[in-house]
Unconditional design. Structure first.
Length: 761
């Protein structure tokens, strides 16, 4: 697990950037490439390839190789994609009997490499099967390698693990095939000579140690992360005479049938190894170890002198004060302006100013570039310059897929990409490979959110962050429209229907999760007017319902007029049978006919009213009628009369006839009377006897007049001629003459004689 985490942590910086020092580790297993021997071969035998890669061991974790010089690979570009690898004094050509490595991009992924051993008719690809390095003809992930620069600023550094310690002091010996730069505070020594007392004299090597120079290192910690050495690809002047000898390898085993015996045995007669006393003093002493450890140094004693088991060590005095000038490492992103270079001074006072130069520019590719320190105007006698490192990282480039929103059923919009972070007036055409944006959604994809995945961009100059976009598929509008209807009042409500508009993907209502419902408040017989036909309740994941309600219009039913006429009868007649007529249609049911009149009703007007009764029709107009009871006729008759001139009129008798229902004159309000214009003085002749004045509630009168005939005045003469005495009265009953036999002396006027009216002229 640790190895895989290390792979993830380093892969962002894994790149082959020209000649330099690198570590190589496998993509599939995470194991690191380390060379612990100088024996091996790759040979072709007929159609097969036989190989011995036992010199290459695969270490599980970065911590296993962080202090192992055998893991630091110097890669040299030979051109035409061929490279030479050098590790601890052994080259790849030596390991493979003259064959060269071809290094190219791995098809497995970005920043991965494939290493091949090429012959005239075959290619063997290096891979890790989980146990050893193989040369196989395959391109799977076990043949994919990260090639990561070694530096002293990041995670992939080379650090010394102090072998010996005492009283807070830490020491180690080291023998590497590469030159390296010491960190501040760490010192390196060679064995310059033996003094007259046969003591070992150490001479300090300031700043940089030449390649293949065994040294004693005085460290500041036991932790390799503190003792970071920087492998440098430059020629460092020789440190001079050195009685330290180095050992690259120490292996004694057989691998896959091939012997790999390669070690240096310890010889107490002429070898001493570094020891540290508890008080922190160092000596070179004998050891019980059979072999000298790999990548370490021992003292080769000169012949002709006698040395004990422990050889005392002294440090040679250095004339004058040494000032250390170290260029501070710095980092910039590709495309940014170069930072201002600075340095740190230790060990004394620096007189003058050094010159700091770097061949990188803002257009330089990501990688490491030396910040070189030179004397400039510095006048100190003893100055050690430490070059710095400018690390140009990939510039951040964010490639974002634009987000979109569309409706269900629509085609995806054209997917476009936004780039943020280009430098040096570059654009996406300057990428090694441009990004592509894809989205799996199709017109039939249901409503939801779909990632717009942007990927695939490659660049040597940019650290690319792909930011996915988002396609929001929204519900597509589905118009649901209710149909309109018109009915007559009283008709059945029709089956309500509606139509859809907006289905996509050749779909229909069968795909809906829940179909809309349609309803109307109108019922059979609802009054004329408009009633909403309401749509509601539709549900679906992919459609947004938009409703257009309809209208049910109830119009008046066909107009029907039920009419009763006017009836006229005469008082005393029976109430007739009242009927009605129907106009405009067929009457369903019967009305109720009402009238207050009876056979005993008095004369008058009696309304005939109609009520709906059992009529089921709508829009019915009931027209009431009238029963008129007219007065019945009565005949009032007076007879003919006669009298003599001068006599009072006789009493006229009026006869009334025509009563109905066995009625009599008792029902009369007033009885008719007979009158005439004739008086006792009226001359002879005929006078009309006029009948009038009759009044009754239920009757009207027809009058038949009579005639009064005034005869010549013979009556008074007869009274006088009789010779009988008579009394004379006024018409008011006052007696004016008593027992007279003539009318003499009477004033002109009307008198009553013997009960008769007599006119005196």
């Amino acid at each position: 697990m640790t190895a895989l985490l290390s792979v993830v942590g380093l892969q962002l910086f894994a790149q082959l950037n020209g000649n330099g020092y690198y570590r190589v580790h496998n993509y599939a297993t995470g194991r690191y490439f380390a060379v612990h021997d100088n024996k091996g071969s790759v040979e072709r035998h007929g159609t097969t390839v036989k190989y011995d890669m036992g010199a290459i061991e695969l270490m599980d974790n970065l911590s296993d190789v962080i202090s192992d010089p055998g893991s630091v690979v110097y890669i040299k570009d030979l051109g035409s994609n061929y490279y030479s690898l050098r590790i601890q004094g052994m080259t790849s050509e030596e390991l493979m009997k003259g064959y060269k490595f071809s290094i190219g991009a791995s098809p497995v992924g970005e920043n991965l490499y494939r290493a091949s051993v090429r012959g005239s008719a075959y290619r063997a690809v290096l891979g890790d099967d989980g146990g050893e390095v193989l040369a196989i003809n395959t391109d799977d992930e076990h043949c994919a390698w990260y090639i990561t620069p070694v530096n002293n600023t990041g995670e992939n550094y080379f650090g010394v693990a102090a072998q010996l310690a005492g009283d807070g002091k830490y020491y180690a010996t080291l023998f590497t095939d590469f030159a390296f730069q010491l960190p501040m505070g760490m010192k390196a020594y060679v064995v310059n000579r033996f003094d007259a007392e046969n003591r070992i004299v150490l001479k300090e090597v300031a700043g940089k140690v030449p390649a293949q120079t065994p040294v004693v290192l005085e460290c500041t910690s036991a932790d390799p992360a503190v003792n970071k050495l920087l492998p440098i690809d430059e020629t460092v002047p020789s440190a001079g005479t050195n009685h330290l000898k180095g050992v690259f390898f120490n292996i004694d085993k057989v691998i896959n049938g091939y012997p790999h015996t390669n070690h240096v045995a310890f010889n107490a007669a002429n070898m001493r190894v570094l020891k540290v006393t508890p008080s922190g003093d160092i000596t070179f002493s004998t050891t019980t170890e059979q072999y000298i450890p790999a990548n370490t140094a021992y003292v080769a004693l000169p012949s002709g002198k006698t040395f004990g088991t422990d050889v005392q060590v002294v440090k040679e005095n250095v004339a004058g004060e040494t000032v250390y000038v170290r260029v501070n490492d710095c980092t910039m992103a590709y495309g940014d302006p170069l930072p201002k270079f600075t340095y740190t001074v230790e060990g004394g006072t620096l007189n003058g100013t050094p010159t700091l130069t770097c061949n990188a520019t803002s257009e330089s590719a990501p990688g490491t570039y030396t910040i070189k320190a030179e004397k400039g105007s510095v006048t100190n006698a003893s100055v050690v310059f430490y070059n710095g490192t400018l690390t140009i990282t990939k510039a951040p480039l964010t490639i974002t897929a634009n987000s979109y929103t569309r409706k269900y059923g629509e085609a995806n919009p054209k997917l476009e990409i936004t780039y943020t972070g280009f430098k040096n007036n570059e654009n996406n055409e300057d990428l090694k490979r441009d990004a592509q944006a894809v989205c799996e959604a199709t017109p039939t994809s249901p409503v939801g959110t779909y990632p717009i995945v942007v990927s695939g961009a490659l660049s040597d100059n940019y650290e690319i962050t792909h930011v996915n976009g988002q396609l929001n598929v929204e519900k597509t509008p589905l118009q649901v429209t209710a149909d309109n209807f018109t009915i007559k009042q009283g008709e059945e409500i029709p089956q309500l229907t509606f139509t859809y508009n907006g289905f996509v993907n050749e779909e229909n209502e069968d795909v809906l999760d829940k179909k809309p419902t349609i309803s109307c408040d109108a019922v059979v017989g609802s009054a004329p007017g408009t009633y909403d036909i309401v749509l509601q309740g539709g549900e679906d994941n992919n459609y947004e319902f938009a409703y257009t309600n309809g209208v049910l219009t109830v119009i008046n039913a066909d107009a029907i007029i039920v009419k009763v006429g006017v009836y006229n009868i005469v008082y005393g007649e029976a109430i007739p049978e009242i009927t009605y007529t129907v106009e405009g249609g067929t009457l369903e049911g019967e009305p109720v006919v009402k009238c207050a009149a009876t056979d005993d009703s008095n004369v008058g007007q009696y309304p005939i009213t109609l009520e709906m009764g059992t009529i089921a029709n709508y829009n019915v107009t009931l027209v009431n009628g009238m029963l008129n009871i007219a007065k019945a006729p009565l005949t009032a008759t007076v007879g003919n009369y006669s009298r003599y001139f001068g006599e009072e009129n006789p009493e006229f008798v009026v006869t009334v006839e025509g009563f109905v229902k066995n009625q009599t004159e008792d029902v009369l309000i007033s009885r008719p009377v007979a009158t005439t214009t004739a008086t006792w003085e009226s001359p002879e002749g005929d006078y009309v006897i006029l009948v009038s004045g009759g009044e009754a509630t239920n009757y009207f009168f027809r009058y038949i007049n009579g005639t009064l005939t005034v005869l010549p005045a013979s009556a008074i003469e007869s009274i006088i001629a009789s010779g009988k005495a008579f009394d004379v009265y006024t018409t008011s009953g006052v007696r004016v003459k008593t027992q007279v036999r003539s009318l003499e002396g009477l004033a002109k006027g009307l008198y009553i004689i013997n009960g008769k009216k007599v006119a005196v002229n």
